[in-house]
Design a protein around this ligand. Sequence first.
Ligand code: GLY
Length: 407
Amino acid sequence: MNEYIALPSLPGELNQARVQGHLTKVMKTIKRNIPCIGERNPKIGNPDFSWTHCGAFDWVSSFWAGQLWLCYQTTSDERYKNSAMLRKSYFADMLLDPFWLDHDLGFQYSLSCVAEYKLTGCEDAKMMALRAADHLLHRFRKVGGYIVAWNDTHPLSLEKPDVIQGKSIIDSLQNTALLFWASEITGAPVYRTAAIRHSETLAKHIVRDDYSTYHSFNFDPIYQTPVKGETFQGYADESCWARGQSWAIHGYAQTYLYTKDDNFLNLAKKLARFAAESITADGVPVWDYRLPENEIQYKDSSAGAITSAGFLLIAQALEDKAHALPQGDDSRVGLLEEAAQFSQWGMYLLQGLMDQCDLCDHPTAEGLLSQGASFVKVGLCDNMLPYGDYYYLEALMRANGYRNFFW
Ligand code: GLY
């Protein structure tokens, strides 16, 4: 087992009864918010804890649907399902407009159409998710072995057209789940092969030697050879954007689940260790793990939620490995001890969020967590974020032993 990293204790106790009670409370808060959100998709919170909603086809558009589907899966309450299904035409329309189709198809369709298909068997939802997977697959560049992140037609002009075809980003390690699912459903290995190669390529280039990460990595747009790491939403090219690190932790743990390749699990563990060593004593990550002390130390509760879910996912994978070994096998105890450490780190982050960011007791808050940092450099900080909320629910469910998710 690796050297143990003891995280500082937070005040109060986070026992199983509290985690269970809080999951119920979070699901009730989600139900309470169904009427005010209606058919819209939350994008970012306002200071009064209402939502600003997405315009057409935003990368965040599925995270409310994902929460509704998880609540439906857990409670069988049709109100969650009916509300989630109100978004179907939105996801159908999106597939008609190539302008919007980028690497975020994985987030958008795993938490909407894949979820619906898994829970209801709806064939339309399955076909929509498969079409999204085809669009995602076509972004895979065979020579360089990476998935192109963005489009040169993007309205924010994130990058010049001569760079865009070589641009990969760390968030996409979550999006590959759609490709793994598509291979399972169709029996065609091509999606899975692309997902694995992309994950391997990013492991080589976007992960640094100390297991911190770049946000993005540029390849030569024509020859597809590696060029350099950069940031988009982090503090600096050589810093470590906390949410980026969380995408990699959860993403590689998830890739292990689909492939059972220990290289991916070992990488997730090392990335997780870097995060555990970098989290401040109150249990909520600062938005960049290498932020200079003279900068305002904004928190990012969404990074805390994704990291917590990732740690708990690693713990579950290690437990499963231990339980697959015969009783008396020497490695069993070590794996279970390691699983306990990752579980403790996941609970530590969960407690940080519950104690400092949770909005369930706020009478009118339309979301679950305060203090998310969407994009600090353009002034988007200290907000509710729908992805923070989604992964908070996922982490609470994992802490309660749930294992079925839509990735
Ligand atoms: N996918 C962009 C972000 O994490 O903000």
